[in-house]
Ligand binder design. Structure first.
Ligand SMILES: [Zn+2]
Length: 133
């Protein structure tokens, strides 16, 4: 396990800092990911670390940008250390989808594939069970 896991998980309240998936209902700890990947000169310190579910971390990979489908242009991805989630995203409790409110939010939803059918189905269950929000 990443040596920074305890600090990063506590700071994130044990939720994925991108899609807000609740770690408590998973059977494996979430991942400590580098917001700026090490391969892109990101540093291995707590200011560059975030807690991410497997799905978000896999899709984020080494990317720094995503497509804002509204403007058809690239935008940087959401940075959990410097950006406010509620400013960039909105959860639709009825459909279980996450809407990007800004170019950063939309690019992040697109890049991390936050609204793939399996994601939305799971999120709806979490909402119904009271594990989301
Ligand atoms: Zn996630």
């Amino acid at each position: 396990m990443n040596p920074h896991y305890t600090l990063v998980a506590r700071r994130a309240a044990h939720r994925c800092e991108y899609c807000h998936a609740p770690e408590v209902i998973f059977n494996f700890p979430f991942e400590v990911e580098h917001i700026i990947p090490l391969s892109k000169a990101g540093e291995d310190n707590k200011a560059n670390l975030a807690l991410a579910c497997r799905a978000c971390n896999v899709h984020k990979g080494d990317w720094l940008t995503g497509l804002d489908e509204q403007t058809r242009s690239d935008s940087r991805l959401f940075n959990p250390r410097g950006d406010n989630w509620e400013e960039h995203f909105m959860l639709d409790l009825e459909t279980g989808t996450i809407h990007g409110l800004t170019a950063i939010g939309r690019a992040s939803v697109w890049r991390l594939r936050m609204n793939k059918p399996m994601q939305v189905t799971a999120r709806l269950r979490w909402i119904q069970l009271g594990f989301f929000i």
